[in-house]
Design a protein around this ligand. Structure first.
Ligand SMILES: [Zn+2]
Length: 387
């Protein structure tokens, strides 16, 4: 499986602009939890955005180029079987340039037409997910994997060059002569694991790995853990038992619960921080808030940096089709307090709030861990860190 590398995104960012041939960049929210999307609503959303952009293009040549690119994306999305929660497409048909990626994160719908691919949101989405380096090792073989966004890629081949070979034929005189077999084996094993650790260090940098998992026979991973350079050791989160011949899908199956456990720990810390900071916040310098009413106020004012909500939470409320204001309760006459438009009732105020936060460049995070969720539910199920 192909894994999106930071390097790929960097290359996209650095793609030289082609004279008179701009790139169409599309971010499309496919989130299946939005009922509209389940009925293919994202196609309508895409069409609307493209038409709006098209209307702004005055130059005939440029317009023709745009239509070509827009049609390509429409076609792509028409036959799409949504796998992720968002789709990212960059294309310039006249230059045979196409890039597409499914992402498991919710991104706001956006389109751009410019000289280079608009990679900022893609980069941010990647940063959102921690990247795990997994080393599968025994005394004779080592394999490397990178796991992120629920996907795995084996990267062993890239790194199997010199160290293993020159060691395997080496052996100084003293080694060859008197050393007892056992000691020799121990020495050999240490060299081997040290080489593996050095390669791991390279992989960590090359793939921007945040955390490390060691897998293999218990005694081997224990020894390797002791031999890790400090920079690597500080990122080791877990050792697991696994056969060195395991298939990537099985490696992923073993890694995911570890990753999930760490994500849940982070959720508990996040909710703790949110509640603690919200309680300490003075009314004049609020840093964090709790509860639907306060959160909707802050969302309306564009002050939410991170929206945090308990998984499964539904908030009924009202939204204004005129100016986009959200309220968890209806004002007395049910008219918008800002523009007087009659407000619409919605079962899914949270969805509107998330969209607004994402569109304003903020983040929207769902809490899944049961303990963290209970902690947040005790505070109204929703909160936010403010800008
Ligand atoms: Zn309004």
């Amino acid at each position: 499986m192909r894994l999106l590398k930071p390097q790929t995104v960097q290359e996209l960012a650095e793609r030289a602009s082609r004279d008179g041939s701009p790139v169409l960049s599309v971010y499309l929210n496919l989130d299946p939890t939005n009922p509209v999307n389940r009925r293919g609503g994202y196609k309508v959303a895409l069409d609307g955005m493209l038409k709006e952009l098209e209307a702004q293009i005055k130059d005939d040549g440029r317009l023709k180029q745009f239509q070509e690119d827009a049609d390509w994306v429409r076609q792509k999305v028409e036959y799409l079987i949504p796998r992720g929660r968002s789709l990212v497409v960059f294309c310039d048909v006249s230059e045979s340039f196409h890039f597409e990626e499914d992402l498991p994160v919710r991104l706001a719908n956006q389109v751009w037409y410019g000289s280079t691919p608009y990679v900022r949101l893609l980069r941010e989405a990647m940063d959102e997910y921690e990247r795990y380096g997994l080393v599968l090792v025994d005394r004779e073989k080592v394999r490397f994997f990178v796991v992120t966004m629920g996907q795995i890629e084996e990267v062993s081949d890239v790194f199997q060059d010199p160290p293993f070979k020159h060691r395997s034929t080496s052996g100084s005189d003293q080694m060859r002569s008197q050393m007892v077999n056992q000691r020799r084996a121990a020495q050999w094993s240490e060299w081997f694991l040290k080489d593996a650790a050095a390669i791991l260090h390279d992989i960590m940098n090359r793939y921007s790995v945040d955390r490390i998992i060691l897998a293999g026979p218990e005694e081997v991973t224990a020894e390797m853990a002791r031999l890790l350079p400090r920079a690597v050791a500080s990122r080791l989160v877990e050792r697991v038992r696994m056969a060195v011949t395991a298939k990537p899908a099985d490696v992923l199956r073993t890694a995911l619960p570890v990753i999930d456990r760490i994500a849940r720990e982070q959720e508990r810390e996040l909710v703790n921080d949110l509640v603690t900071i919200a309680r300490k916040s003075s009314p004049t310098v609020e840093k964090a808030i709790l509860g639907a009413e306060a959160v909707m106020d802050a969302v309306n004012q564009g002050r939410v940096h991170r929206l945090i909500y308990a998984g499964g939470l539904a908030i009924r409320g009202h939204h204004c089709a005129g100016c986009g204001v959200l309220m968890d309760h209806c004002p007395p006459d049910c008219g918008c307090p800002y523009c007087s438009t009659p407000m619409d009732e919605t079962e899914d105020l949270l969805w509107y709030a998330s969209e607004k936060v994402l569109n304003a460049g903020g983040k929207s995070e769902e809490i899944r861990d049961s303990e963290a969720r209970a902690g947040l539910e005790a505070q109204g199920g929703i909160g936010a860190f403010l800008r």
